[in-house]
Design a protein around this ligand. Sequence first.
Ligand code: ADP
Length: 611
Amino acid sequence: MKPPSGPPPPAAGKTRTDFRLLRRAFTFVRPYRRQLIAVYLFYFLNSVLNLIPAASLAWYVDGVVRGSSFSFFGRAFDLAPYLPDVRARLLGSAAYLAALFALIMIANAIGVHMWRLGTRVCQRIMLDVKHRVNEHLHELPVSYFDAERTGAIMTRAVGDTDQMEQMLRDSYVLLYASTHLVTVPLIMIGMSPALFLATLLPIPVVFAAVQRVRKHLRPIYHDMREQQSVIGATIQENIAGIREIKAFEREPTARRAYLRTNLAQVRLVHKAMRVFSLNHQILYGTRDVAMLLIGVGGGAMVILGWGNVTLGTVLAFIPLMGRFFDPIHQLVGFYDTIQRGLAASQRVFEFLDLPPEVRESPGAKAVRFERGEVRFEHVTFGYKPDRPVLHDISFTAPAGSKIAIVGSTGSGKTTLVSLLPRFYEPQQGRILIDGEPIRDVRLESLRQAIGIVFQETFLFHGTVAQNIAFARRQIDPVRIRDAARFASIDSFIESLPERYESQVGERGIKLSGGQRQRLSIARMILKDPRIVILDEATSSVDSETERAIQESFEKLMEGRTAFIIAHRLSTIRHADLILVLEEGRLVESGNHEQLLTRNGRYAELVASAKF
Ligand code: ADP
């Protein structure tokens, strides 16, 4: 359910773009069209029933109260023979009241049902949209998250879909309103064409007001949306950077910046309100004046006997006018909602059109990697294709070997290992695991075979046990405990107040870097991958922690192919193969002794003790 789409050609008019957006939005609605038609029918029925009390007033006043005839589309109806005396007319009044009462009850019952059904359908459709957005979020390549700000992604996932929902919900109102725009004039014309023409007099004023909204309010709303994202981004940055803000005592500046963005928003709201409130008053004032004119003008027509206007007609016209003007007001409001909704839909669709992560080739195989031999063949890669970060890298890591990757900061160590789980795709060359080009393997198989212990481990909001079992859905607590013991973190966990059930904060704030890394090692043990990638901490930890981590690393690497972004000589020395990177080139490779004998870049690094 993903229709092809791209950016609109520059020449395409706005209306055409709007139409394309609506058509695309409709793809989400289509599966629910039956329910939607039912909702619309209920709305239609409700709107018609709602008109009966006002419309029948003419009939009641002329036929029952005054005992004369009333006409509808030129046909005269005379109730006089049925209501010969006062008693019969009073009885008629009582029957009219009872009928109206019953009608209002029925209309309300339908109203409740239509709201319920309408909301339910709306929620289902939006759930589909949100599901699609969320699915796509997970399909996107890592590079998307490098480039996009978290705040902007959040706005898309939450704000824009909410705006679409508002548009969908208001479309019911649109239908309700447009039904009245057809039925009310029909009834009015049926009663008195002359009086109906008089009701149209304020229409130019209404249109002028609508134009005013379009002209003034839209740019303000646009600015408000922009400002909203600035506010979101400011809050997000203030939260993410809270330590820096405190450490540099930037609280007053941060507070002021936040206040400033909010004040700007307040000013925009005021501006919008000025346009809006004036408009509101113009619209309602016009309606009230028009009602007055119809009341008095209609009265004069009755006195003069012009245009077949009766007292009943005048009385019925006043509430009918309300029913005629209200939808026009609602449509003005809807115009605004639909503009916002379309803008939001456009952003959502643009997001859905972002190319997903490296696509699997049609014949991608499910493979169980048994050995874990890794080969790079002339791999060249750049985050931007024209600026390579890795140049022509070739090496073979035998199954079960330990490979240390060394080089100064920015030499491409992290980039090199990121290619292995296909977070990024090389522009040239290929990577093979157990002789199988990873491009031809299903992503799922590939990633199952690879475990990564990042320097900065992200802990999800939840318990320690849940975080350890992260890679698995259902897991035996005993195995979690074993894994923790393996990673030498069990005694620490046991010392926590709720042990394995203790909550770790959103970003694992309550654990130290070393503890988080060990927790991540426990995760890896449960995942049991053939290949592990370890990023040794650059920051200094105390020697005891370092030893503990080192030991767990050693145990984790046993029987697996291991890539270590290494910063400690003790690790590097024991590696089977050392890859020395410099500005994205593999300048030397071999083991510690071989490389020392060569007395090249590696020997230099060792001498300076800088990795
Ligand atoms: P190392 O791990 O050796 O410090 P990296 O692999 O992190 O080196 O970085 C290699 C080069 O690629 C650097 O010049 C860095 O600025 C650049 N780089 C790293 N990550 C990204 C990214 N996500 N987008 C663009 N450039 C990046």
